[in-house]
Design a protein around this ligand. Structure first.
Ligand SMILES: Nc1ncnc2c1ncn2[C@@H]1O[C@H](COP(=O)(O)OP(=O)(O)OP(=O)(O)O)[C@@H](O)[C@H]1O
Ligand SMILES: Cc1ncsc1CCO
Ligand SMILES: [Mg+2]
Length: 281
């Protein structure tokens, strides 16, 4: 009973089967995912996508976007090391993705850290992202359109503190909103679903959040009509890879390696026994 309150209601609809079928689709279709991301995350993000079976391309020049973006199956935009000269390319890519009917995912890194960053994130959120994924502090800042308190790129809040902020951001933007943390929360503004996988050590590796945002783009690429289900599946699968990796890791650096290996090696049996997704409403 007590556990039900904390973890949500048991899910009868076969989430592990859904997560496995989407991961299998990524492995067989190898969707091309364009990433415009920060300078810290490029390596881990590209390797996360490759180990899932997707095909990453870290292409950010505005000169290339008209030719390239329409060929990508999905786009990931991350503002982590934002500067004024990158923002127009981000907006242009988002517009090309929309025009070509492709999903795109926004990671509003440190949205509350400065006025420049907050304004940029709010402008990007107006370009109709399919999914917005941030940590709790980022989602609260974006939802309230206000600065901090912020530890920069790390969260000062728990994901469960951000449920109402996530719902109102989803309603205002039309996006699925995902809040990462000990429990990953995903909402379309009405439904709220939680993924309970992962290990705390994942917070000790920079860019795990950025990388799971790109993984969400790959999951949404293979099931664009069910973005909420694809988003929660991606978060759960990444968490399962973290759990499996943690069995072999000695600390953050080796977890980084084993997480990638584990994502590559996930099989039907592990996914079915480990994926833990529940509905909150
Ligand atoms: N306490 C925790 N227990 C289990 N998993 C966690 C925990 N905290 C974070 N995670 C997982 O770690 C990953 C990164 O989430 P986090 O909230 O740290 O993102 P972030 O702050 O955007 O990270 P970054 O900016 O470094 O990319 C997610 O997959 C999330 O589920
Ligand atoms: C550490 C850091 N600083 C800007 S982006 C980034 C990666 C994690 O978001
Ligand atoms: Mg982040």
């Amino acid at each position: 009973m007590e556990e039900d309150k904390v973890r949500g209601k048991a899910e009868p609809t076969g989430w592990p089967a859904k997560a496995w079928s989407l991961l299998s689709a990524i492995r067989s279709e190898s969707p091309l995912i364009q990433c415009i991301t920060n300078l810290v995350s490029m390596d881990l993000m590209a390797n996360t996508l490759l180990s899932s079976g997707a095909s990453p391309a870290m292409i950010h020049s505005a000169d290339e976007i008209p030719d390239f973006t329409p060929h990508a199956r999905a786009l990931c935009i991350n503002v982590g090391t934002l500067s004024a000269d990158w923002l127009p390319a981000m907006k242009l890519a988002a517009q090309f993705a929309r025009q070509s009917g492709k999903p795109w995912v926004l990671d509003p890194v440190a949205a509350g850290a400065s006025g420049f960053r907050l304004k940029a994130c709010l402008e990007l959120a107006e370009l109709k992202p399919t999914v917005i994924r941030g940590n709790a502090s980022e989602v609260i800042a974006l939802s309230k359109a206000s600065l901090g308190p912020s530890k920069g790129v790390d969260s000062s809040h728990e994901s469960t503190d951000a449920v109402e902020a996530a719902k109102s951001l989803a309603q205002a933007s039309g996006a699925i909103v995902a809040v990462s943390g000990a429990v990953d929360i995903v909402t379309d503004g009405e439904r709220v679903v939680g993924a309970h996988n992962g290990v705390p050590m994942m917070q000790r590796i920079t860019a795990t959040g950025c990388s799971v945002t790109a993984l969400i783009a790959a999951f949404v690429a293979v099931d664009p009509l069910h973005a909420l289900e694809a988003t929660v599946s991606a978060l759960s699968i990444f968490g399962v890879a973290g759990e499996m990796g943690m069995n072999l890791a000695k600390g953050p650096a080796s977890l980084r390696m084993h997480l990638i290996d584990s994502l590559y090696g996930l099989d039907d049996a592990v996914v079915h026994s480990r994926v833990s997704i529940t509905s909150f409403s």
